[in-house]
Design a protein around this ligand. Sequence first.
Ligand code: SF4
Length: 299
Amino acid sequence: RRTITRLPEWLKTPIPAGNQNYKKIKSDLRGLGLHTVCEEARCPNISDCWGGDNKNAATATIMLMGDTCTRGCRFCSVKTNRAPPPLDPHEPEHTAEALARWGLGYVVLTSVDRDDLADGGARHFAETIRKIKAKKPSLLVEALTGDFLGDLDMVRVVAESGLDVYAHNVETVEGLTPYVRDRRATFRQSLKVLEHVKQVRGAEGIVTKTSIMLGLGEQEQELMDTLRELRKAGVDVVTFGQYMRPTKRHLQVEKYVTPDEFKMWRQRALDMGFLYVASGPLVRQQLQGRRGLHRERAA
Ligand code: SF4
């Protein structure tokens, strides 16, 4: 198989300088023992996202439930263990406290998969969201969850906790799913998760969102079929980003998708009826090797 080693020009970005909001967030995080995807992943967009030219647009992605996952997807560099440390019972309160202090307008809560917990961590997610909304109702909250092994009651627990956007990533097309994601994750199971959120909260009651990595070897027709399935499940928002190999032990990049191709996929998805589409080489997928960071506003 061919190995691509050179990074195309469009994927090279300068490291941005810090600003006041960024520095405050960084020092509070240390004090409260919280983790963000942004830092763990050394995302180059960090100062831009946390600082924001306009404070209301500033965004951070908080990782709940530790840094060790019970699954092992082949694109993701997060630590894996069947028995990660127990949850920190103070995490929901600490997270809400920190977020209420910062000048953020939008927060993404994500987590590793915790198949070791009876509820997959759904109640921990829900408690965190309720506490954030109690302290700062104006803060928009997106939760990016796993599939809870297909337990739709757990999807309901999160969906009813008061969040604004429910995200769950299908990551790739159906045919590549067994090679890309952990074997416990299936494309159909993920569709059911997204569909159930709409059943619980109503078509207009909540926004659902999913992300797809491009460059893993997906074919055009497969991607069209995936988008159709997602629309059928009522998904409102889709994002496309370039798959980047975290280490040599992970799946190799099959293709660097060009900015024009990303534009084409954006248009195709909009034509199919998605409400919002972010598509570009630097659009981050939160769980992509824990490097991801939401950057739709810049896309
Ligand atoms: Fe775990 Fe998610 Fe990474 Fe898969 S993508 S290994 S479920 S953190």
